[in-house]
Write a protein that binds this ligand. Sequence first.
Ligand code: C5P
Length: 237
Amino acid sequence: MAKKLNLLYEGKGKKMFNTDDDNLLITEFKDDLTAFNAEKKGSEVGKGALNCKISTEIFHLLEKEGIKTHLIETISEKEQVVKKCQIIPIEVITRNVATGSLTKRLGIQEGTILPFSVVEFCYKNDELGDPLINDEHCLILNLVKNEKDLELIKKIARQINTILVNFFNSKGLRLIDFKLEFGIDSDGNMILADEISPDSCRFWDSKTNEKLDKDRFRQDLGNVKMAYEEVLKRILS
Ligand code: C5P
């Protein structure tokens, strides 16, 4: 097993550590919660472990369906060994139902089912507040090599959406929207990185439309941890 060495990077939701293997990192999921570009901060004991379990289950499901990911192995409650990759600084957001920043930006009513899934790009840059960008912005900022990479990212995001919408449907959850991050591994492959969890997705209960994700923290709805536990319970059911 890879040995954990020095802290490489600390993000809002995770810490990354170097290991004794040059191609591998160890990710540690944190209990911290942030929203609105870290203007709002909180913490829930056990949230990191829940996200680690949820993300592990989802990445295993995606791997089974042929999606290449950075996940090698989950080694503890909060830690995963992952492939080192060059992270593409784009937040890839896929939306099935209008809510969040889409309703604010375009005035589409909250809860409107979109006629087709929409893939958006945001520039991963905290100083700028992760602004929405288009394909040409990605190219002039050199965030990817070429247009083909952008097409590939969109294709994989849509494949993941189809897999996850069906999966969560069968668990009584509506996948409203979610954010993905991609990286290029040492062989030059585009792989799914980061995490997929209630921190990065919106889940609504299929029957009641109750929110079971980080919106409970963003909107002060309470029972944040209970919602994450419910998502894990449904995934494992
Ligand atoms: O806030 P917005 O409506 O743009 O978020 C769309 C989706 O992307 C939500 O599921 C949200 O949790 C996720 N997201 C994220 N990290 C961000 C911005 C959005 O995980 N920095």
